[in-house]
Write a protein that binds this ligand. Structure first.
Ligand code: BG6
Length: 509
């Protein structure tokens, strides 16, 4: 495998949770597998005053708790910790960037990292326009000597207008090729496997269109509430937090045309094409096509749980949605009139992300004496998490007299691949950025297209007070009215269980 060039990973917001829980543990995992270049350093930045030693001690704790690789080999661990440095300064203040630049270039000299820098913005979004501008003013975005890459975390804007403003500002200071907009869903092994399932198997692709697929269902449910993120979530809600990015991305990967190549331009072109083909939802149709909900206090397994409005940092009269279900269409030759049902929520019965492809029923029901089989069309369940895998449901003869058919499961679980190491999403994505591969990162135009699609929904919610925010008891599958989105007779959402192949009678939640 190619190794990245020598470089420094510069993390803005290094005293925060993301650095501690995700970024540094993920880079440690790369180090453990000897995937980092010979000359490498992490430079953590933040307002909090920390010595290198204190930063290393804190990161060591994070690594021990969150890295996937064992940390009992002290030589490997210490070798990694020696590569961590910290510099404290006010990243808002233009005047302080001169000192930072000097420090960075000194570190570069002493580490032999050839002025290759990755800047990771693990900061509040309010800094996304400020930091790149200050870096650029110090000529720290210039690639004359060494590469300069910028990783930005979601949210990429708050709506279409602010997303455009952010893109414009980023592009004023860096080139599109230097910007890596991270969506951790694209780093998930099982999300990438969607491409392999579709394009490495001859059997699915011929059926993957409006002639054979009845509808597509995408669910991403979480069993936890907003926890200590109430302040952030209050200004975001499920539509901004999950739908505009993660869920539309999954829809994009299901719906995209086969790319010419597995490379950044081809794949991202195809995803962008899907987003551009999303049928706009008119403001007057929002109430019919989109359901929003908010969890209310209830009892789960005998324990009292809070409602969203009682969470810390949340307005007691909040109308922020913690659940969204919607029906959308992709207006192109492949998908015309095939409904896509997507759903996400907090405090639902279990944590599951899955895509269900519902194939059309056979045109003539030979064995449908019993009307159940009519409902039991073929389904392909692509399980992103947990119990990652694939499940195909198809009709089999029930042994015995006559011709009775019954749906059975054919399933594959990733857990069956013994000894296979599945990297974390951040590990995969950071390595890709180090290698200069942006295939699994969002491109600015696609982000804007996704905002363009959801913007009318926000407008309708804001201006039409008759559109309800439905309360749903924590621990339930969301508001009942989300069932009404599916108007076809005999069809409902799949109510998934923790285990991929459980449904119906036995279900572990
Ligand atoms: C994040 C959201 O992007 O994704 C969180 O901000 C959400 O609210 C999380 O919990 C879900 O990610 P995952 O990987 O647990 O499905």
């Amino acid at each position: 495998m190619n190794k990245p060039k020598n470089h420094i990973l510069v993390i803005f917001g290094a005293s925060g949770d993301l650095t501690y829980r995700k970024l540094v543990p993920a880079v440690f995992d790369l180090h453990h597998q000897k995937l980092l270049p010979k000359h490498f350093a992490i430079l953590g930045l933040g307002r909090t005053q920390l010595e290198n030693k204190e930063f290393r001690t804190k990161m060591e704790k994070g690594i021990k708790e969150f890295a996937l690789h064992k940390t009992d080999n002290t030589e490997i661990l210490n070798d990694f910790l020696d590569k961590l440095f910290y510099y404290s300064f006010d990243t808002k203040s233009a005047a302080e960037y001169k000192g930072f630049k000097e420090h960075l270039l000194q570190l570069d000299q002493s580490c032999g990292t050839e002025q290759n820098f990755i800047y990771y913005l693990a900061t509040p979004p309010s800094m996304y326009e400020i930091i790149p501008a200050h870096l650029s003013a110090q000529d720290l975005g210039n690639e004359n000597h060494g590469f300069k890459r910028l990783i930005v975390e979601k949210p990429f804007g708050y709506d279409l207008k602010t997303a455009k403003k952010l893109n414009k500002s980023l592009l004023h200071n860096f080139e599109e090729e230097q910007i890596y907009r991270i969506d951790h869903y694209l780093g998930k092994e099982t999300v990438q496997n969607l491409l392999v399932t579709r394009f490495a198997n001859g059997i699915f692709e011929p059926l993957w269109n409006r002639n054979y697929i009845h509808h597509v269902e995408i669910t991403s449910s979480e069993s936890i509430g907003v926890g200590n993120r109430g302040g952030y979530y209050e200004g975001s809600g499920a539509m901004r937090d999950m739908v505009q990015n993660h869920l539309l991305l999954l829809a994009g990967l299901v719906a995209m045309e086969p790319p010419a190549l597995i490379d950044s331009t081809s794949i991202r072109n195809e995803i962008a094409k899907v987003f551009h083909s999303l049928r706009p939802i008119k403001e007057e149709d929002v109430a019919k096509q989109v359901v929003r909900g908010q969890y209310i206090a209830s009892k789960i397994k005998g324990k009292d749980v809070k409602g969203y409005r009682d969470e810390t940092g949340v307005d007691p009269n909040s109308r922020t949605e913690t659940f969204v279900a919607m029906k959308l269409f992709i207006d192109n030759w492949r998908w015309a009139d095939v409904p896509f049902y997507i759903r996400t929520g907090k405090m639902l019965p279990t944590r599951v992300t899955e895509i269900v492809i519902h194939f059309k029923a056979t045109p003539h029901h030979l064995f449908a004496k019993d009307e159940n089989i009519v409902k039991q069309h073929n389904q392909l369940v692509i399980r992103i998490q947990p119990d990652e895998g694939l499940l195909l449901k198809f009709g089999m003869k029930v042994p015995g007299a006559g011709f009775k058919a019954q749906n059975v499961n054919m399933d594959f679980h990733y857990s069956e691949l013994a000894e296979t190491y599945v990297p974390s999403a951040y590990e995969r994505l950071l390595l890709d950025c180090m290698l200069g591969d942006s295939t699994l990162y969002h491109r600015g135009d696609a982000v804007e297209a996704a905002w363009k699609f959801v913007d009318p929904i926000f407008n309708a919610w804001e201006h039409d007070s008759s559109i309800k925010v439905h309360g749903y008891p924590a621990g339930s599958w969301g508001p009942d009215v989300s069932d009404d989105l599916i108007t076809e007779k005999d069809i409902t959402w799949r109510y998934p269980c923790k285990n991929l192949s459980d449904d119906g009678n036995y279900c572990e939640l």
